[in-house]
Design a protein around this ligand. Structure first.
Ligand code: TMP
Length: 249
């Protein structure tokens, strides 16, 4: 297999089928545009499992993703897509850069889910873009931006509901999309504690409730335990869901 691309958390390989790529999830963790580096034990496997579970859940709700199947504990086979160089962030509660840039208090409940577009460009530090900047850069058409916005909101609704059933608050998350050979927009990349802020509803303490990569970013400790806990709650929830797995009936 030939390496096609190596990112900070994943490696993409070509396969015998030109339409199919293999994604390997790494244990490497980075933050602040890779200024901070480390590893999180078993993260590759955990994030792979969580991504597969959530992508399958979203597929069952009518959201098209690039996922074909899981091929190993830390590997998935995906449809080859052209990644749109935009990181679509959806926020339900204020946290992270939104607090830093606006002064909103962490945990402030936003009056409506906020969808933001960031330019996927490490050299520029993934800046927040306006719609007009996106159009001028020609990274997506007006129609595609509308589609991304409505897909992101719909994914947010499904994920918020799903995580709430695991007693987890979905604070915010980042999505990436790609265009397949038929021109269809597919959800791509991953959805995991690396790309979401997840707060444990059974914990009141603002540090103890953090179940995501903020534990690594902010040196809160217990990073592996938090990732394992998210994995356990997500997989347990799906295993008990007779609609999702009718064989359980
Ligand atoms: P932010 O508050 O730092 O802008 O992050 C918003 C969300 O996007 C948060 O859930 C973490 C996620 N995210 C990524 O997945 N990759 C990134 O490079 C960044 C900056 C954020």
């Amino acid at each position: 297999m030939e390496k096609q691309y190596e990112g900070k958390a994943k490696i993409l390989y070509s396969t015998e089928n030109p339409e199919v790529l293999l994604t390997h999830f790494k244990d490497d963790a980075t933050a602040f545009n890779a200024q901070k580096r480390g590893t999180i034990a078993e993260k590759g496997k955990i994030n792979c499992q969580i991504t597969v579970a959530l992508f399958q859940w979203l597929e069952s709700k009518g959201i098209s993703t690039h996922l074909i199947e899981q091929s190993a504990d830390d590997q998935i086979l995906v449809k080859r897509v052209k990644i749109i160089p935009v990181e679509v962030v959806v926020r339900n509660l204020a946290a992270g850069s939104l607090c830093r840039q606006t002064g909103l208090e962490e945990g402030y409940k936003l009056p409506f889910p906020l969808v933001e577009f960031y330019f996927k460009n490490d050299e520029l530090g993934d800046p927040l873009l306006t719609r007009d900047r996106l159009l001028i850069l020609a990274v997506a058409s007006e129609e595609q931006l509308e589609q991304l916005q409505s897909l992101a909101l719909s994914i947010n609704q499904h994920l918020q509901e799903f995580f709430a059933s695991c007693q987890i608050t979905l604070v915010d998350f980042k999505l990436e999309f790609g265009i397949d050979s038929q021109g269809q927009i597919l959800l791509a990349d991953e959805i995991s504690p690396d790309t979401c802020r997840l707060w444990d509803q059974t914990e009141k303490d603002p540090q103890a409730r953090v179940m995501d990569k903020d534990r690594f970013r902010r040196d809160l400790g217990q990073v592996e335990t938090a990732y394992q806990q998210v994995q356990k709650r997500v997989l347990d929830k799906l295993a008990s869901d007779t609609y999702f797995f009718p064989d359980n009936l």
